[in-house]
Design a protein around this ligand. Structure first.
Ligand code: J2J
Length: 538
């Protein structure tokens, strides 16, 4: 058993097996099955390159053999930071086949985050593109490798320089692959987080495949699905709700978009006759606007999902009419629970709610400050337990005590209310997080980076409302250096190497922070201060 991983209690596992949620199948087996049933169907399209199910299966196998030759073993951790490419899938399924555990980092993560993922998991390998979006990942990997002594292999898709090339690792020489079962760990997802450093979410084949299978059913994916992946495939939404894994499970075709802009995505929709895609709310706004002035045939679109952050009713109302398709709201989390509006729901549901839990085995509770259930229709804190919601983060004992209840419910940190017929409406959040158009920022993480600046005495980050992104971040700073500027702090954070979306949008220099009656920093008051300033345009 991997140290730091809390396995499912036996009685819970037995329950989810006997009620049919967990089938024992693994991701490696799913691909093998699809390669047998639909060998010549196209699984993936990236630019002019197309890969069939049989080819994907074969290349994942050859890479699995290559990884074994390299010495990567079952349960070894591998930080995977690939973009929306076919290679992502080859590496991913190769790792699944040998039971090594990918940590799905995002393309925007930089050396501070990657170093942490590698150190925290004692990763043996790190897989990267050479250059993407003008960022040199090889250079970054060199720096990370210099700091992390467990890291043995840097594997590059593209110009590998002194490191290893993915393509060259593909091996014809067959070796025995380890036995992988449904209850084995499959990978780690990243939590949006609220405290300290990002938390890692361990997922088994059983639980994740259940969420994929259920999502496929609800979203009605089939071999005729043509899914455009515009958001990063490594994110839980794009990966499994129903996402790219859902498409592969259903035998459909994934079209990989290198970026989410309408100028890239619209021509792909026209050319490949895309019928399903997933967006975050700000992207939906951009697409709606762009549609007015661009003349592409987008009539193949059947469903546009919007999730990751609250979709305002004004935007939600426009999606269907703008694209002549259905809107599906998705309210999910990498920790588990996913809610969908259903494809045959009335407009009112699609526009005003964030959907309802996907599984009849999802147990949700909406509670007050004392963990007591509130009446239906009242607002409260959302807690959840179920067949695909984790019961503990990896290696985070102290945090787990707070994040989960004694009876195994996950405290989502979301404030919601429920309609009579079980639909959820997201009203807010009690976690110390900023949701910047779907990208999550853990306030404390960024505060700690700021506190490492010699002139910063204290830092507090809060959200400020934004018409486009929903929220942006504002850092309140206490410093004795009157010369210190927001720009200097931005450059400091950039140099430190953190994802760009975490860099505060605005800095406010103050002499003290407002306090709560208990003497803690009152983030509520800080939010009010910045809201007032924005309202008066200071
Ligand atoms: C309001 N808040 C939302 C929504 C997520 C599917 C879809 C999204 C995610 C995701 C995901 C929201 N309205 N529609 O993993 O499988 C906020 C909530 C939630 C947090 C989780 C999936 N959809 N949110 O966004 O782990 O605060 O997952 O707890 O990144 O995003 O963020 P994340």
């Amino acid at each position: 058993m991997l140290q730091g991983y809390t396995p499912w209690p036996d009685e819970v596992a037995t329950k989810y097996r006997s009620n049919g949620c967990w089938t024992g199948e693994t991701f490696g087996e799913v691909l093998e099955r699809m390669a047998t049933f639909t060998p010549t169907s196209i699984a993936l399209i990236e630019g002019n390159r197309k890969v069939t199910y049989e080819e994907l299966d074969d290349r994942a196998n050859r890479l699995a053999h290559g990884f074994i030759h390299l010495g990567i073993k079952k349960q070894d951790r591998v930080v995977l930071q690939l973009t929306n490419t076919i290679t992502f899938f080859e590496v991913c399924f190769a790792l699944f086949r040998i039971g090594a555990l990918p940590i799905f980092s995002l393309p925007l993560h930089r050396q501070t985050e990657i170093t942490y993922f590698c150190e925290h998991t004692k990763a043996v390998a790190y897989v990267i593109p050479d250059v993407f979006d003008r960022h040199d990942y090889v250079k970054m990997a060199r720096e990370v490798k210099g700091k992390v002594n467990t890291l043995q292999h840097i594997i590059v898709a593209g110009d590998e320089q002194e490191f290893l090339n993915v393509e060259a690792l593909m091996s014809e020489e067959s070796v025995d692959l380890p036995n992988i079962t449904g209850s084995d760990l499959a990978f780690f997802q990243l939590s949006g987080g609220s405290t300290g450093l990002p938390k890692l979410i361990p997922r088994t084949h059983d639980e994740y495949l259940y969420s994929v299978r259920k999502s496929v059913e609800i979203c009605e994916l089939s071999e005729r699905t043509k899914y455009l992946a515009v958001l990063p495939v490594a994110h839980n939404f794009t990966m499994s709700s129903p996402g790219v894994f859902g498409v592969l499970y259903a035998g459909g075709c994934i079209i990989l978009s290198p970026d989410p802009s309408p100028d890239t995505a619209f021509p792909l929709i026209e050319k490949e006759k895309i019928n399903f895609t997933s967006l975050v709310p700000p992207l939906a706004i951009i697409w709606i606007e762009a549609k007015k002035t661009r003349d592409y045939d987008l009539t193949s679109l059947e469903v546009i999902q919007v999730g990751g952050a609250k979709c305002s009713a004004e935007v939600a109302k426009k999606v269907g009419p703008s694209f002549g398709c259905s809107l599906q709201q998705v309210f999910g989390m990498a920790e588990g629970l996913v809610n969908y509006t259903r494809l045959n729901d009335a407009d009112e549901k699609n526009v005003y709610t964030q959907g309802r839990p996907m599984s009849e085995f999802d147990e949700i509770r909406i509670v007050d400050e004392e963990d007591q259930s509130v009446a239906i229709g009242d607002t409260g804190h959302l807690q959840v337990r179920g067949p695909y919601t984790i019961i503990a983060y990896y290696n985070a004992e102290t945090h787990n005590e707070k994040a989960f209840t004694h009876d195994g419910f996950y405290r989502t940190g979301d404030i919601v209310k429920q309609t009579e017929d079980g639909y959820l409406i997201v009203e807010g959040r009690d976690k110390d997080q900023i949701n910047r158009g779907g990208e999550k920022i853990a306030a404390e993480e960024v505060e700690n980076y700021l506190l490492s600046h010699e002139d910063v005495l204290d830092a507090a980050i809060v959200s400020m409302p934004d018409a486009f992104l929903g929220e942006r971040s504002c850092a309140f700073i206490i410093s004795q250096n009157a010369q210190l500027t927001g720009q200097a702090l931005k450059s400091f954070l950039q140099l430190k190497g953190i994802a760009a979306f975490k860099i505060p949008d605005r800095f406010e220099f103050v002499h003290e922070f407002p306090q709560t009656p208990l003497g803690k920093v009152s983030k509520k008051s800080l939010r009010e201060i910045i809201q007032d300033k924005l309202a008066t345009k200071i």
